[in-house]
Design a protein around this ligand. Structure first.
Ligand code: 5MM
Length: 341
């Protein structure tokens, strides 16, 4: 495969393919495993992820790349094959999460700043040697309007960090996924999500220009425009699609390599239906696909539940969600396909 940044980015959003976000840090995967009653150890984490990476048909047909965590990119499967080689054998591209997580922003209660820039140049060189051709950095923007969250300082600092990360990635021959996640956890309405997302993306692209990042060699991993979970409101896929595309037309350059959404706590089907509605009102200036963590993994995680005997059922559950999201990335998904399965 070509090593040009724009070619790697294009392959990441190839027609009907999307990204599997399997980069849960140790704390997050423990929370997921607690729900299914599985102890989180290096081996159980390996077994779980190996199960998905070995779902060969689904991986080959629907998954363009996998975002890995530091532990996983160095791990070997039970038979000694590096997990990275199993991923490459499906023609998916290995990627790596390089941020060190969102930490409280000093002086701004309720806001966070994502850390991880120190030593990043050296870490990227190491990840390139290990096979990563794209990376991911996630900024977290919460919304609590009554408390003045997010502050302009938080939006600006996170955009600046994303731009410095992106420039370092490109220097290392790695495509940066820039993920400015406006959380859907709050009590805000859909209009507030729109406004905060607009401020966030405007600032992000100002900083990316200033950092001389080549936009064609980047992928945006955004939230959709949604009402906060605590608002008790669910918007229709048509409204989500209309507001999300309006937002991007106002803020996201057509030059970027593509857009791969996070699922952010939406249910599996909601994330698929919304992605489908977004693509159904195309054509758009960018490819729009998925980079889901929870919305791809919740079903296989439950089906697996830590038992070797459940691997085939878990792989089938993973293949189904990947297939549904493949159709949504093409604007060809229908709810009846879920029931039929
Ligand atoms: C898979 O979850 C990722 C890791 O999160 P932590 O660093 O908190 O463990 C996360 O960055 C993920 O890649 C994105 O947020 C998208 O995941 P969802 O579940 O929102 O699709």
């Amino acid at each position: 495969m070509s090593e040009r940044l724009e070619d790697i980015a294009a392959a990441m959003v190839a027609d009907g393919k999307g990204l599997l976000a399997a980069d849960e840090s140790s704390g997050t995967i423990k929370k997921r495993f607690d729900v299914i009653g599985v102890e989180s150890t290096a081996d159980s984490r390996r077994d779980y992820r190996e199960m998905m990476f070995r779902a060969k048909e689904a991986m080959t047909r629907y998954i363009s790349g996998v975002i890995l965590y530091d532990e996983t990119i160095r791990q070997k499967a039970a038979d000694g094959t590096p997990l990275v080689d199993i991923i490459k054998a499906t023609s998916a591209i290995p990627g790596i999460k390089v941020d060190a997580g969102a930490k409280p922003l000093a002086g701004y209660p309720g806001d966070t700043i994502t850390e991880g820039l120190d030593g990043l140049r050296e870490r990227l060189a190491d990840y390139y040697r290990l096979g990563a051709r794209f990376a991911k950095w996630r900024a977290v923007i919460d919304i609590d309007v009554a408390k003045g969250v997010p502050s302009a300082t938080s939006i600006g600092s996170n955009a600046h960090a994303l731009a410095r990360y992106a420039a370092l990635c490109q220097e290392a021959g790695i495509v940066p996924i820039v993920e400015p996640e406006v959380l859907m956890d709050g009590a805000h309405d859909i209009g507030t999500c729109y406004e905060i997302s607009k401020a966030t993306l405007t600032e992000l692209y100002t900083e990316l220009y200033a950092a001389r990042v080549v936009l064609e060699g980047t992928i945006l991993k955004p939230n959709m425009v949604l009402a906060g979970k605590k608002s008790g409101k669910t918007s229709s896929p048509e409204e989500v699609a209309e507001k999300t595309i309006k937002l991007f037309r106002e803020t996201v350059p057509a030059a970027i390599g593509g857009i791969a959404f996070l699922s952010g706590g939406q249910s599996d089907e909601e994330a698929t239906a919304n992605l489908n509605a977004i693509n159904a009102i195309g054509p758009h200036p960018w490819k729009l696909t998925f980079s889901y963590g929870r919305a791809l993994q919740a079903a296989p995680q439950k089906a697996w539940s830590g038992k070797a005997a459940n691997v085939a059922a878990a792989q089938a559950a993973f293949a189904h969600r990947a297939h549904m999201n493949h159709l949504a990335a093409l604007g060809k998904w229908q709810p009846e396909l879920e029931q039929a399965a």
